[in-house]
Design a protein around this ligand. Sequence first.
Ligand SMILES: Cc1ncc(COP(=O)(O)O)c(C=O)c1O
Length: 398
Amino acid sequence: MKKEEIFQTYKNCIMPTYTKMPYIFVKGKGMKLVDIDGKEYLDFFPGWGVGNVGYCHPAVMSAVRHQIGKLIHLPNNFFNPTQAKLAKEIIRLTFPGKVFFSNSGAEANEGAIKLARMVGAKDPSNPRYEIITFENAFHGRTLATVTATGQKKYQKGFEPLVEGFKTNVPFNDFQAVCAAVNEKTVGILIEVVQGEGGVNVASCDFMKNLRRLCDDKKMLLMIDEVQTGIGRTGKMFGYQNYDIVPDIITMAKSLGGGLPIGCMVAEKKIADILQPGMHASTFGGSPLVCKAALGVFKAIQKDKMLENASKMSPVIFEKLKKLQKNYSVIKDVRGAGLMIGVELNIKGKEVIEECLKEGLLINCTHDFVLRLMPALNVTKRQIDTMIRILEKVLRGVK
Ligand SMILES: Cc1ncc(COP(=O)(O)O)c(C=O)c1O
């Protein structure tokens, strides 16, 4: 198909659920994307948080190639050795517990919400079901997760929403959380760094207090690691920056290196509550996606990507803070590891459009926050290129 035909086909045949930019990418390698005309772009937001190991990492490619010729899908009523291997690896990298595999982040969170309700239902004298979530949270687009998300712009028109959530509790405000808890509260669902919500980092005290509160009140601390997981913050999982162990975590995005896989991990004491027939997913944890995820973990370990992310994080922050000194349009630079937000005092749309024209892909969230999430093996030279282009663009909007 030629360019015009592709644009036209989207107009005629695909629901307009995404704000599209007029670019057509056909190839990717590492931090590089190539468009239909052969022009190269440096991608500092690969795959909307999916590209932690970059495009087409050899470890992922060879894992997928190897598996695709053997077996792609297997129903979950049989034993799947690749799934077993991945489950063991995820447990090794997190905490003693068990996993449930799904296909996406929303679905992983949906599973966590359902498990929490089952835990809450265990006490018939006081069944608990209410889940606390935060201002500017993002947990997905299914009806339950869009309810948990709490942001009106994602919910409007889809009412009635799902009952049993207390949303929009101020982030990093422990007193507000305490005030939101009641006898029906069964758990707290939180991102340690809010991604869509503007790259807001939970404080250490806040997370430790939440853990203590959950212990005191016998509530579940559920951490949505869909965006912060798989090395994004410099640790394999974001919660590992806080010296706490959650009861449930969810992950997706970069877990499959581009193939759709989600996962919920629940600690041992509650992991067997979901019994046969209570929860399921036809495609969840197929041999192909599990093999890809094993390839992702192999890539991270082999190429020492966590170490690189921790080394490159201060390099990017220092350079961005230097830009902030020279460009008053930058209000704040914040984040953790390689999950970075640059808050502007103007809308970021024009900035990302101009960056794209210059061959740099970045994202803007919450209208004003530029979001950078490069692959974990980003180099100093790529950081320099990103800074050079961003500075050129900011000079134009100054
Ligand atoms: C923190 C968080 N949770 C959940 C989701 C939903 O994931 P998915 O789009 O795979 O359903 C996202 C997606 O951006 C996310 O950032």
